[in-house]
Design a protein around this ligand. Structure first.
Ligand code: ADP
Length: 459
Protein backbone atom coordinates (compact mmCIF):
# COMPACT_ATOMS: atom_id res chain seq x y z
CA UNK A 1 0.00 0.00 0.00
CA UNK A 2 1.26 3.48 -0.89
CA UNK A 3 0.91 6.24 1.70
CA UNK A 4 1.67 9.95 1.28
CA UNK A 5 1.97 11.42 4.78
CA UNK A 6 1.46 15.19 5.03
CA UNK A 7 2.47 17.25 8.03
CA UNK A 8 3.48 20.84 8.73
CA UNK A 9 6.10 19.68 11.25
CA UNK A 10 8.20 16.53 11.43
CA UNK A 11 10.81 15.73 14.08
CA UNK A 12 13.81 16.12 13.77
CA UNK A 13 13.38 18.67 10.95
CA UNK A 14 10.95 21.08 12.65
CA UNK A 15 8.98 20.89 15.88
CA UNK A 16 6.68 23.02 17.98
CA UNK A 17 4.79 20.21 19.71
CA UNK A 18 3.46 16.66 19.63
CA UNK A 19 2.50 16.73 15.93
CA UNK A 20 6.22 16.70 15.09
CA UNK A 21 6.87 13.71 17.35
CA UNK A 22 4.04 11.77 15.72
CA UNK A 23 5.04 12.75 12.18
CA UNK A 24 8.65 11.75 12.84
CA UNK A 25 7.76 8.34 14.24
CA UNK A 26 4.55 7.02 12.67
CA UNK A 27 5.80 7.01 9.04
CA UNK A 28 8.78 4.91 10.13
CA UNK A 29 6.51 2.48 11.95
CA UNK A 30 4.26 2.27 8.87
CA UNK A 31 7.27 1.55 6.72
CA UNK A 32 8.39 -1.17 9.12
CA UNK A 33 4.95 -2.72 8.82
CA UNK A 34 5.35 -2.94 5.05
CA UNK A 35 3.82 0.30 3.74
CA UNK A 36 5.44 2.35 1.00
CA UNK A 37 5.64 5.83 2.56
CA UNK A 38 6.63 9.31 1.49
CA UNK A 39 6.45 12.24 3.91
CA UNK A 40 5.70 15.79 2.73
CA UNK A 41 6.48 18.96 4.70
CA UNK A 42 7.43 22.60 4.00
CA UNK A 43 11.12 23.41 3.69
CA UNK A 44 11.51 25.83 6.62
CA UNK A 45 14.48 28.12 7.15
CA UNK A 46 16.99 25.83 8.81
CA UNK A 47 16.27 22.73 6.77
CA UNK A 48 19.05 21.70 4.43
CA UNK A 49 17.93 18.60 2.52
CA UNK A 50 20.56 16.12 1.28
CA UNK A 51 19.33 16.64 -2.28
CA UNK A 52 17.99 19.96 -3.50
CA UNK A 53 15.99 20.44 -6.69
CA UNK A 54 14.34 23.56 -7.96
CA UNK A 55 11.05 23.48 -6.11
CA UNK A 56 11.71 20.76 -3.56
CA UNK A 57 14.31 18.92 -1.52
CA UNK A 58 14.72 15.26 -0.58
CA UNK A 59 16.04 13.65 2.57
CA UNK A 60 15.49 10.63 4.80
CA UNK A 61 13.59 10.14 8.01
CA UNK A 62 15.45 7.50 9.99
CA UNK A 63 17.19 5.36 7.39
CA UNK A 64 14.52 4.56 4.95
CA UNK A 65 11.54 6.89 4.75
CA UNK A 66 11.78 9.53 2.06
CA UNK A 67 10.88 13.10 3.03
CA UNK A 68 9.95 15.62 0.37
CA UNK A 69 10.40 19.26 1.39
CA UNK A 70 8.28 21.75 -0.53
CA UNK A 71 10.38 24.78 -1.23
CA UNK A 72 9.20 28.36 -1.44
CA UNK A 73 11.57 30.69 0.36
CA UNK A 74 9.13 33.61 0.41
CA UNK A 75 6.69 31.44 2.34
CA UNK A 76 8.87 29.24 4.51
CA UNK A 77 12.17 31.01 5.22
CA UNK A 78 10.97 32.62 8.44
CA UNK A 79 11.89 32.54 12.10
CA UNK A 80 8.77 30.64 13.17
CA UNK A 81 6.53 27.99 11.67
CA UNK A 82 3.06 29.55 12.00
CA UNK A 83 3.22 32.75 14.02
CA UNK A 84 5.47 35.25 15.72
CA UNK A 85 4.89 36.19 19.38
CA UNK A 86 2.67 38.98 17.99
CA UNK A 87 0.31 36.63 16.20
CA UNK A 88 -0.29 34.38 13.18
CA UNK A 89 1.45 35.09 9.89
CA UNK A 90 -1.01 37.00 7.71
CA UNK A 91 -0.49 34.71 4.72
CA UNK A 92 -0.98 31.30 6.35
CA UNK A 93 -3.80 30.56 3.89
CA UNK A 94 -1.44 31.07 0.98
CA UNK A 95 1.45 29.25 2.68
CA UNK A 96 -0.38 26.04 3.43
CA UNK A 97 -2.67 25.87 0.40
CA UNK A 98 0.43 26.27 -1.75
CA UNK A 99 2.04 23.45 0.21
CA UNK A 100 -0.86 21.12 -0.64
CA UNK A 101 -1.12 22.06 -4.33
CA UNK A 102 2.61 21.86 -4.90
CA UNK A 103 2.88 18.47 -3.20
CA UNK A 104 0.23 17.05 -5.54
CA UNK A 105 2.17 18.36 -8.50
CA UNK A 106 5.39 16.77 -7.28
CA UNK A 107 3.68 13.44 -6.55
CA UNK A 108 2.48 13.35 -10.16
CA UNK A 109 5.94 14.19 -11.44
CA UNK A 110 7.40 11.42 -9.30
CA UNK A 111 4.65 9.11 -10.52
CA UNK A 112 3.75 8.14 -6.96
CA UNK A 113 0.00 7.71 -6.74
CA UNK A 114 -0.88 7.03 -3.10
CA UNK A 115 -3.66 4.70 -2.03
CA UNK A 116 -3.95 6.88 1.05
CA UNK A 117 -3.23 10.54 1.61
CA UNK A 118 -2.68 10.71 5.35
CA UNK A 119 -3.27 14.36 6.31
CA UNK A 120 -2.57 15.95 9.66
CA UNK A 121 -4.30 19.00 11.12
CA UNK A 122 -5.66 22.09 9.39
CA UNK A 123 -2.49 22.91 7.44
CA UNK A 124 -3.07 19.90 5.17
CA UNK A 125 -6.81 19.44 5.51
CA UNK A 126 -7.68 21.37 2.37
CA UNK A 127 -5.98 18.77 0.18
CA UNK A 128 -9.12 16.61 -0.35
CA UNK A 129 -10.84 19.66 -1.84
CA UNK A 130 -8.06 20.02 -4.38
CA UNK A 131 -8.49 16.34 -5.22
CA UNK A 132 -12.26 16.72 -5.55
CA UNK A 133 -11.98 19.64 -7.96
CA UNK A 134 -8.97 18.46 -9.90
CA UNK A 135 -9.54 18.05 -13.61
CA UNK A 136 -6.80 15.45 -13.73
CA UNK A 137 -7.80 11.85 -13.01
CA UNK A 138 -4.37 10.78 -11.76
CA UNK A 139 -5.46 10.55 -8.09
CA UNK A 140 -9.01 9.38 -8.77
CA UNK A 141 -8.49 6.11 -6.88
CA UNK A 142 -6.70 7.74 -3.91
CA UNK A 143 -8.50 8.01 -0.56
CA UNK A 144 -7.86 10.42 2.32
CA UNK A 145 -7.54 10.18 6.09
CA UNK A 146 -7.46 13.37 8.15
CA UNK A 147 -5.93 13.07 11.62
CA UNK A 148 -6.96 15.84 14.01
CA UNK A 149 -4.24 16.39 16.58
CA UNK A 150 -5.92 19.44 18.07
CA UNK A 151 -9.36 20.76 17.21
CA UNK A 152 -8.57 24.15 18.72
CA UNK A 153 -6.49 25.01 15.63
CA UNK A 154 -8.73 25.15 12.58
CA UNK A 155 -7.05 27.43 10.05
CA UNK A 156 -9.73 30.06 9.55
CA UNK A 157 -9.48 33.05 7.24
CA UNK A 158 -11.66 35.87 5.87
CA UNK A 159 -14.13 34.81 3.17
CA UNK A 160 -12.70 37.34 0.72
CA UNK A 161 -9.48 35.34 0.51
CA UNK A 162 -11.29 32.49 -1.23
CA UNK A 163 -9.99 33.39 -4.69
CA UNK A 164 -6.40 32.87 -3.50
CA UNK A 165 -7.10 29.17 -3.06
CA UNK A 166 -7.52 28.72 -6.83
CA UNK A 167 -10.62 26.60 -6.33
CA UNK A 168 -13.89 26.83 -8.31
CA UNK A 169 -16.75 28.81 -6.71
CA UNK A 170 -18.64 25.57 -5.86
CA UNK A 171 -15.96 24.79 -3.28
CA UNK A 172 -16.76 27.83 -1.18
CA UNK A 173 -19.71 26.34 0.73
CA UNK A 174 -17.73 23.35 1.91
CA UNK A 175 -15.04 25.67 3.23
CA UNK A 176 -17.28 28.18 4.96
CA UNK A 177 -18.65 28.29 8.48
CA UNK A 178 -19.50 31.23 10.77
CA UNK A 179 -18.73 33.63 7.90
CA UNK A 180 -15.17 32.48 7.56
CA UNK A 181 -13.18 30.02 5.51
CA UNK A 182 -12.23 27.09 7.70
CA UNK A 183 -9.69 24.55 6.43
CA UNK A 184 -10.39 21.98 9.13
CA UNK A 185 -14.13 22.05 8.56
CA UNK A 186 -13.63 21.34 4.86
CA UNK A 187 -11.24 18.51 5.73
CA UNK A 188 -13.75 16.87 8.06
CA UNK A 189 -16.40 16.96 5.35
CA UNK A 190 -14.28 15.94 2.38
CA UNK A 191 -11.80 13.40 3.80
CA UNK A 192 -12.80 9.78 3.34
CA UNK A 193 -12.27 9.29 7.09
CA UNK A 194 -11.23 11.34 10.08
CA UNK A 195 -9.53 10.32 13.30
CA UNK A 196 -8.32 11.95 16.45
CA UNK A 197 -5.39 10.86 18.56
CA UNK A 198 -7.26 9.13 21.39
CA UNK A 199 -10.61 7.36 21.71
CA UNK A 200 -11.80 9.70 24.49
CA UNK A 201 -11.05 12.85 22.49
CA UNK A 202 -12.92 11.36 19.50
CA UNK A 203 -16.01 11.23 21.73
CA UNK A 204 -15.42 14.56 23.48
CA UNK A 205 -15.18 16.63 20.28
CA UNK A 206 -18.77 15.78 19.40
CA UNK A 207 -19.89 17.83 22.41
CA UNK A 208 -20.27 21.57 22.71
CA UNK A 209 -17.72 21.71 25.53
CA UNK A 210 -14.89 20.33 23.40
CA UNK A 211 -16.15 20.78 19.84
CA UNK A 212 -14.68 24.28 19.32
CA UNK A 213 -17.69 25.19 17.19
CA UNK A 214 -17.38 22.16 14.91
CA UNK A 215 -19.36 19.72 17.10
CA UNK A 216 -22.34 19.65 14.72
CA UNK A 217 -20.11 18.92 11.73
CA UNK A 218 -18.40 16.17 13.72
CA UNK A 219 -21.72 14.68 14.82
CA UNK A 220 -22.89 14.61 11.20
CA UNK A 221 -19.69 12.83 10.24
CA UNK A 222 -19.58 10.49 13.25
CA UNK A 223 -19.90 7.43 10.96
CA UNK A 224 -16.37 8.07 9.66
CA UNK A 225 -14.79 9.40 12.88
CA UNK A 226 -12.30 7.19 14.76
CA UNK A 227 -9.86 7.43 17.68
CA UNK A 228 -6.35 5.96 17.63
CA UNK A 229 -4.05 6.62 20.54
CA UNK A 230 -0.60 8.07 19.81
CA UNK A 231 2.61 6.45 20.94
CA UNK A 232 6.20 7.55 21.44
CA UNK A 233 9.44 6.81 19.67
CA UNK A 234 11.70 4.89 22.03
CA UNK A 235 14.67 5.66 19.77
CA UNK A 236 14.24 9.27 20.90
CA UNK A 237 12.82 8.73 24.40
CA UNK A 238 14.84 6.17 26.33
CA UNK A 239 16.75 7.15 29.49
CA UNK A 240 19.24 4.37 28.88
CA UNK A 241 20.37 5.81 25.53
CA UNK A 242 19.59 9.48 25.97
CA UNK A 243 22.46 11.75 24.95
CA UNK A 244 20.82 14.85 26.40
CA UNK A 245 20.57 13.77 30.03
CA UNK A 246 23.31 14.03 32.67
CA UNK A 247 23.48 10.33 33.54
CA UNK A 248 21.78 7.75 31.31
CA UNK A 249 19.97 5.14 33.39
CA UNK A 250 18.00 1.95 33.15
CA UNK A 251 14.38 2.65 34.09
CA UNK A 252 14.66 0.74 37.39
CA UNK A 253 17.98 2.31 38.45
CA UNK A 254 16.81 4.68 41.18
CA UNK A 255 20.28 5.72 42.22
CA UNK A 256 21.24 7.09 38.80
CA UNK A 257 17.85 8.73 38.36
CA UNK A 258 18.47 10.55 41.65
CA UNK A 259 21.84 11.72 40.32
CA UNK A 260 20.01 13.34 37.41
CA UNK A 261 17.84 15.23 39.88
CA UNK A 262 20.89 16.44 41.80
CA UNK A 263 22.67 17.50 38.61
CA UNK A 264 19.65 19.47 37.39
CA UNK A 265 19.33 21.21 40.77
CA UNK A 266 23.01 22.05 40.62
CA UNK A 267 22.85 23.41 37.07
CA UNK A 268 19.88 25.68 37.81
CA UNK A 269 20.67 26.71 41.36
CA UNK A 270 17.81 24.89 43.06
CA UNK A 271 18.17 24.24 46.78
CA UNK A 272 19.24 20.72 47.75
CA UNK A 273 16.60 19.34 50.07
CA UNK A 274 14.19 16.47 50.53
CA UNK A 275 11.49 18.06 48.44
CA UNK A 276 9.72 16.42 45.54
CA UNK A 277 10.83 17.83 42.18
CA UNK A 278 7.87 18.58 39.94
CA UNK A 279 8.56 19.08 36.23
CA UNK A 280 6.51 20.50 33.41
CA UNK A 281 7.30 20.89 29.70
CA UNK A 282 4.56 22.37 27.56
CA UNK A 283 3.42 24.98 25.12
CA UNK A 284 2.19 27.80 27.33
CA UNK A 285 -1.31 28.19 25.98
CA UNK A 286 -4.76 28.17 27.53
CA UNK A 287 -5.08 24.47 26.71
CA UNK A 288 -2.26 23.42 28.99
CA UNK A 289 -3.78 24.47 32.32
CA UNK A 290 -1.41 27.32 33.14
CA UNK A 291 -4.29 29.31 34.67
CA UNK A 292 -5.07 26.76 37.40
CA UNK A 293 -1.39 26.03 37.85
CA UNK A 294 -0.42 29.66 38.39
CA UNK A 295 -3.17 30.08 40.99
CA UNK A 296 -1.78 27.08 42.85
CA UNK A 297 1.93 27.65 42.32
CA UNK A 298 2.62 29.78 45.37
CA UNK A 299 1.19 27.03 47.59
CA UNK A 300 2.99 24.27 45.70
CA UNK A 301 6.31 26.04 46.18
CA UNK A 302 5.89 26.09 49.95
CA UNK A 303 6.50 22.35 50.02
CA UNK A 304 7.90 21.26 46.67
CA UNK A 305 10.32 22.25 43.93
CA UNK A 306 9.13 23.09 40.44
CA UNK A 307 10.86 23.37 37.08
CA UNK A 308 8.91 24.63 34.08
CA UNK A 309 10.08 24.68 30.45
CA UNK A 310 7.73 26.23 27.96
CA UNK A 311 6.98 28.95 25.52
CA UNK A 312 3.75 30.43 24.28
CA UNK A 313 1.41 33.26 25.12
CA UNK A 314 2.95 36.40 26.54
CA UNK A 315 0.36 36.69 29.31
CA UNK A 316 1.47 33.31 30.73
CA UNK A 317 5.14 34.27 30.43
CA UNK A 318 4.36 37.33 32.53
CA UNK A 319 2.44 35.48 35.24
CA UNK A 320 5.16 32.84 35.58
CA UNK A 321 7.97 35.41 35.59
CA UNK A 322 6.30 37.28 38.39
CA UNK A 323 5.85 34.11 40.46
CA UNK A 324 9.48 33.27 39.78
CA UNK A 325 10.74 36.63 41.02
CA UNK A 326 9.95 35.77 44.64
CA UNK A 327 10.47 32.00 44.67
CA UNK A 328 13.93 31.40 43.31
CA UNK A 329 15.32 28.68 45.57
CA UNK A 330 12.62 26.23 44.66
CA UNK A 331 11.48 27.35 41.24
CA UNK A 332 13.34 27.17 37.96
CA UNK A 333 11.70 28.80 34.94
CA UNK A 334 12.73 28.50 31.27
CA UNK A 335 10.60 30.38 28.77
CA UNK A 336 11.91 28.90 25.54
CA UNK A 337 11.91 25.80 23.35
CA UNK A 338 14.80 23.54 24.30
CA UNK A 339 14.86 19.88 23.26
CA UNK A 340 17.86 19.02 25.42
CA UNK A 341 16.47 20.62 28.59
CA UNK A 342 13.14 18.86 28.00
CA UNK A 343 14.94 15.49 28.18
CA UNK A 344 16.78 16.54 31.35
CA UNK A 345 13.50 17.50 33.02
CA UNK A 346 11.81 14.20 32.16
CA UNK A 347 14.82 12.39 33.65
CA UNK A 348 15.27 14.49 36.79
CA UNK A 349 11.67 14.98 37.94
CA UNK A 350 9.85 12.90 40.51
CA UNK A 351 6.44 14.07 39.37
CA UNK A 352 5.44 15.42 35.95
CA UNK A 353 2.58 17.89 35.71
CA UNK A 354 -0.01 17.82 32.88
CA UNK A 355 -2.97 19.88 34.15
CA UNK A 356 -4.42 20.44 30.63
CA UNK A 357 -7.93 21.81 30.32
CA UNK A 358 -8.31 19.51 27.30
CA UNK A 359 -5.76 17.14 25.75
CA UNK A 360 -6.26 15.29 22.44
CA UNK A 361 -3.65 12.71 23.44
CA UNK A 362 -0.63 14.08 25.25
CA UNK A 363 2.79 12.53 24.87
CA UNK A 364 4.42 13.78 28.07
CA UNK A 365 2.70 11.20 30.26
CA UNK A 366 4.05 8.39 28.05
CA UNK A 367 7.52 9.90 28.03
CA UNK A 368 7.33 10.29 31.83
CA UNK A 369 6.50 6.61 32.30
CA UNK A 370 9.60 5.58 30.38
CA UNK A 371 11.77 7.88 32.53
CA UNK A 372 10.25 6.40 35.72
CA UNK A 373 8.66 9.78 36.44
CA UNK A 374 5.12 9.77 37.79
CA UNK A 375 2.58 11.79 35.77
CA UNK A 376 -0.09 13.93 37.43
CA UNK A 377 -2.89 14.74 34.98
CA UNK A 378 -6.31 16.28 34.58
CA UNK A 379 -8.88 13.61 33.60
CA UNK A 380 -9.45 14.61 30.00
CA UNK A 381 -8.96 13.21 26.47
CA UNK A 382 -5.91 11.05 25.94
CA UNK A 383 -4.72 11.66 29.50
CA UNK A 384 -7.82 9.86 30.74
CA UNK A 385 -7.12 6.98 28.34
CA UNK A 386 -3.52 6.48 29.47
CA UNK A 387 -3.28 7.37 33.18
CA UNK A 388 -5.42 5.70 35.86
CA UNK A 389 -5.42 7.22 39.32
CA UNK A 390 -3.25 5.53 41.97
CA UNK A 391 -5.28 3.63 44.52
CA UNK A 392 -3.66 3.57 47.97
CA UNK A 393 -5.72 0.55 49.00
CA UNK A 394 -4.47 -1.90 46.41
CA UNK A 395 -1.48 -0.11 44.85
CA UNK A 396 -3.09 -0.10 41.38
CA UNK A 397 -2.97 2.83 38.98
CA UNK A 398 -0.29 4.66 36.99
CA UNK A 399 -0.13 8.17 38.38
CA UNK A 400 -2.30 10.87 39.91
CA UNK A 401 -5.49 12.12 38.31
CA UNK A 402 -7.79 15.01 39.22
CA UNK A 403 -11.34 15.21 37.86
CA UNK A 404 -12.51 18.78 38.42
CA UNK A 405 -10.62 21.44 36.45
CA UNK A 406 -9.61 23.67 39.36
CA UNK A 407 -6.58 24.79 41.36
CA UNK A 408 -7.89 23.12 44.48
CA UNK A 409 -8.32 19.75 42.74
CA UNK A 410 -4.81 20.10 41.33
CA UNK A 411 -3.39 20.90 44.77
CA UNK A 412 -5.23 18.00 46.31
CA UNK A 413 -3.76 15.61 43.70
CA UNK A 414 -0.25 16.93 44.41
CA UNK A 415 -0.84 16.24 48.09
CA UNK A 416 -1.82 12.66 47.30
CA UNK A 417 1.29 12.26 45.15
CA UNK A 418 3.43 13.60 47.99
CA UNK A 419 1.85 11.19 50.44
CA UNK A 420 3.04 8.31 48.26
CA UNK A 421 6.41 10.00 47.62
CA UNK A 422 7.09 9.88 51.35
CA UNK A 423 6.58 6.13 51.35
CA UNK A 424 9.79 5.35 49.49
CA UNK A 425 9.11 1.69 48.97
CA UNK A 426 5.71 2.13 47.35
CA UNK A 427 6.84 5.15 45.38
CA UNK A 428 9.70 3.16 43.88
CA UNK A 429 7.53 0.22 43.17
CA UNK A 430 5.11 2.48 41.22
CA UNK A 431 8.06 4.00 39.39
CA UNK A 432 9.44 0.63 38.43
CA UNK A 433 6.06 -0.60 37.26
CA UNK A 434 5.17 2.37 35.01
CA UNK A 435 8.64 2.43 33.48
CA UNK A 436 7.90 -1.00 32.01
CA UNK A 437 4.84 0.18 30.06
CA UNK A 438 5.08 -0.08 26.32
CA UNK A 439 3.62 2.76 24.27
CA UNK A 440 5.62 2.00 21.13
CA UNK A 441 4.34 2.87 17.69
CA UNK A 442 4.04 -0.69 16.36
CA UNK A 443 0.58 -1.20 17.90
CA UNK A 444 -0.78 2.23 16.89
CA UNK A 445 0.70 1.87 13.38
CA UNK A 446 -1.15 -1.47 13.09
CA UNK A 447 -4.39 0.33 13.96
CA UNK A 448 -3.72 3.00 11.33
CA UNK A 449 -3.12 0.31 8.71
CA UNK A 450 -6.40 -1.35 9.67
CA UNK A 451 -8.11 2.00 9.23
CA UNK A 452 -6.42 2.55 5.83
CA UNK A 453 -7.77 -0.83 4.72
CA UNK A 454 -11.25 0.03 5.92
CA UNK A 455 -11.07 3.32 4.04
CA UNK A 456 -10.02 1.59 0.84
CA UNK A 457 -12.81 -0.95 1.26
CA UNK A 458 -15.29 1.95 1.57
CA UNK A 459 -15.43 1.98 5.43
P1 ADP B 1 1.19 19.41 22.16
O1 ADP B 1 1.31 18.73 20.84
O2 ADP B 1 -0.19 19.91 22.46
O3 ADP B 1 2.21 20.48 22.35
P2 ADP B 1 2.03 16.85 23.31
O4 ADP B 1 2.04 16.36 24.70
O5 ADP B 1 1.32 16.02 22.29
O6 ADP B 1 1.46 18.34 23.33
O7 ADP B 1 3.54 17.00 22.79
C1 ADP B 1 4.40 17.94 23.30
C2 ADP B 1 5.81 17.63 22.82
O8 ADP B 1 6.53 18.85 22.70
C3 ADP B 1 6.59 16.78 23.80
O9 ADP B 1 7.59 16.07 23.10
C4 ADP B 1 7.21 17.86 24.71
O10 ADP B 1 8.34 17.38 25.40
C5 ADP B 1 7.59 18.89 23.65
N1 ADP B 1 7.71 20.29 24.12
C6 ADP B 1 6.70 21.15 24.45
N2 ADP B 1 7.20 22.34 24.81
C7 ADP B 1 8.55 22.25 24.72
C8 ADP B 1 9.64 23.17 24.99
N3 ADP B 1 9.42 24.41 25.40
N4 ADP B 1 10.91 22.72 24.78
C9 ADP B 1 11.14 21.45 24.36
N5 ADP B 1 10.16 20.55 24.11
C10 ADP B 1 8.88 20.94 24.28
Amino acid sequence: MKVAFFSSEVFPFAKTGGLADVSGALPQALKKAGMEVKVFMPQYKDIKPAIQYDGYGLDKLGNNVEVVFIRNDAYYHRDYLYNTPEGDYADNLERFSFFCRQSLEILRNMDFCPDIFHLNDWQTSILPLYLRFSNNSYFSQSRTLLTIHNLAYQGYFPLNKFSRLLLPPEAKDTLSIYNQLNFLKSGIITATAVNTVSPSYAEEIKTQEYGCGLEKILQENAHKLFGIINAIDYQVWDPQHDKFIYFPYASDDEETKRKNKEALREEFGLEKNERMLIGMVARLTEQKGIDILSDALEKILKEHQVIILGTGEEKYHKILKSLYSHNQQNFSLHLKFDESLAHKIYAASDLFLIPSRFEPCGLSQMISFKYATIPLVHATGGLKDTVKNYDFKNGKGDGFVFEEYSSSALLEAIERACQLYKNKEEWHSLRRRVSQYNFSWSESARKYIELYKKIIAGI
